[in-house]
Design a protein around this ligand. Structure first.
Ligand code: 5GP
Ligand code: ZN
Length: 113
């Protein structure tokens, strides 16, 4: 989608601090980090949110979680991190291209706010 900021990042049209990319995914550091490690993992395919995902997206959703574990290892936070998806405005979603936050490097409370 031409007016989607994360599509532009995935296409390399907007610069980002990329930590991982392959044919299906891109992962880059959040502009406004909420933890010592705060990385966004996005599928290259544009889906506004998890609500738009169907069975055909099962493989890429699995790849997101496997990448999260791999990036956590790279970042030295294995054993202490969170993978978060905010789905919809009321859950805090502000960018409507599906993305997963990988957060670590600090203690976290539960339940999240
Ligand atoms: P959401 O609130 O939708 O779950 O998360 C959106 C995240 O994207 C926020 O944490 C915000 O800081 C981050 N973000 C928004 N615009 C940009 C950008 O242009 N570059 C990067 N790296 N992060 C962004
Ligand atoms: Zn997009």
């Amino acid at each position: 989608m031409s007016d989607c900021i994360f599509c532009s990042i995935a296409a390399g049209k907007i610069p980002s601090d990329t930590v991982y990319q392959d044919e299906h995914l891109v992962a880059f550091r959040d502009l406004n980090p909420q933890a010592a490690v705060h990385i966004l993992i996005i599928p290259r395919v544009h889906l506004a949110s998890l609500d738009q995902a169907g069975p055909e997206h099962g493989p890429v959703l699995g790849q997101v979680l496997l990448a999260a574990g791999e990036i956590a290892r790279q970042e030295g936070i294995s054993g202490g991190y969170r993978v978060v998806n905010n789905c919809g405005k009321s859950a805090g979603q502000t960018v409507f291209h599906l993305h997963f936050h990988l957060l670590g490097g600090r203690d976290m409370g539960w339940p999240p706010g």
